[in-house]
Design a protein around this ligand. Structure first.
Ligand SMILES: *Cc1c(COP(=O)(O)O)cnc(C)c1O
Length: 371
């Protein structure tokens, strides 16, 4: 039995009627840009994120780029972020005119290390971008006060963590709730995926919400009147309609991912070679990825490929070692925990529609390799 890493067709079969009806409503009305679906989606996602404002935009990348642009960075201004993340986290810092300052991760959770952030702060630091990687949140209760004490904006890259939460001082705090801005991606493979590109920003700050709404519409708050230079990063009404139709399913999908993850972890717990992902007990992890650490990874990958089992390495090269950032002067050994993670991580199928017999096949294939 072959098992894909993700099966969007299986999901489509379960939601087809709802999503097609929602899209048809937009099509019948021929209202493709900034229709009422966009405002409804913004309100729903803001509510989910315990945030006052939601501002939709064209992609998860733009959701990072626009708040970084709003920082008005000047050459030499530094933005601290993790070296172990998807490229967009740092590419947007560069494209907003800043210098990414890469720091190391906590090897247990793969998330940015608060101590490493603290050590990297300089007089040129202008902001911090944390990533809630694979679906579990970074240590916000340490990073938030650290940023606030220095007046540094804190951006949460929540592309992989919609609906994730963390217990802080006895209360559940959502991904995007505590930062200056929280970002989301609705790329089709994310836990809530559009049928194309889409993104969204959440914030508690009224003035910032207004500025971000302007920046995504050529910098004008009224048509043809421009306070500053922005861009076109609107979200299509069709994508908003897809997302609104899918949103009611998200809690059950995230729960299925958690159950699948728990079954893997129980199955792998006796194996000395297979290190399951560690969940910080303060976190409600939504398992965008289920990522194990293993020895002889390349051999295991070949074995899984031969068995028809989907898998992927997120991420094979840390960002401080990418050729495009060579001018920043990092070298191998600069960030040892991030580098070690790139050499041992492997993500396995954890999508909600994964059937028990498919999961058994994955477990058996991984276990048999190390037997
Ligand atoms: C997917 C992703 C993004 C970018 O989102 P797009 O919608 O693909 O532009 C940014 N950061 C992280 C961590 C991601 O996983």
């Amino acid at each position: 039995m072959s098992v894909p890493l993700l099966d969007l067709v299986a999901q489509y079969q379960t939601i087809k009627d709802d999503v097609l009806a929602a899209m048809m409503a937009v099509i019948e009305r021929q209202g493709f840009v900034m229709g009422p679906e966009v405002g409804r989606l913004e309100a729903e996602i803001a509510r989910l994120s315990h945030a006052k404002h939601g501002i939709a935009c064209a992609s998860g990348t733009d959701a990072l780029l626009l708040p970084l642009k709003a920082l008005d960075l000047r050459p030499g201004d530094e933005v601290i972020t993790t070296a172990f993340t998807f490229f967009a986290t740092a590419g947007t810092i560069h494209n907003a005119g800043g210098t990414p300052v890469f720091v190391d991760i906590d090897p247990a959770t793969f998330n940015i290390s608060p101590q490493a952030i603290e050590a990297a702060i300089t007089p040129r630091t202008r902001a911090i971008v944390v990533v809630h990687l694979f679906g579990q949140m970074a240590v916000m209760e340490e990073i938030g006060p650290m940023a606030a004490a220095r007046g540094l904006p804190l951006i949460e890259d929540g592309a992989q963590s919609i609906g994730a939460r963390r217990r802080v001082d006895g209360a559940w705090r959502m991904s995007g709730e505590l930062g200056t801005v929280g970002t989301l991606s609705f790329f089709p493979t994310k836990n809530l995926g559009a049928w194309g590109d889409a993104g969204l920003m959440v914030t508690q700050n009224d003035a910032l919400a207004e500025r971000l709404s302007r920046l995504r519409l050529h910098g004008g708050s009224r048509q043809y009147i421009h306070e500053e230079v922005g861009t076109n990063s609107r979200l299509d009404s069709l994508q908003a309609a897809v997302l609104l139709a899918k949103l009611p399913y998200l809690p059950a999908w995230n729960e299925s991912r958690r159950e699948n993850a728990a079954r893997y972890t129980a199955a792998f717990s006796g194996h000395s070679d297979i290190c399951p992902p560690r969940v910080d007990p303060a976190n409600h992890h939504i398992f965008h990825q289920y990522t194990v650490q293993v020895p002889r990874r390349e051999e295991l990958q070949a074995h899984l490929k031969a068995e028809g089992i989907g898998h992927a390495v997120y991420y094979p090269l840390a960002l401080h070692l990418q050729a495009c950032f060579a001018h920043l002067g990092y070298r191998r050994g600069s960030l040892p925990a991030a580098e070690a993670a790139t050499e041992s991580v492997l993500s396995l199928p954890v999508y909600p529609e994964l059937k028990p017999e498919q999961q058994e096949t994955v477990i058996e294939a991984v276990q048999s390799f190390y037997r």
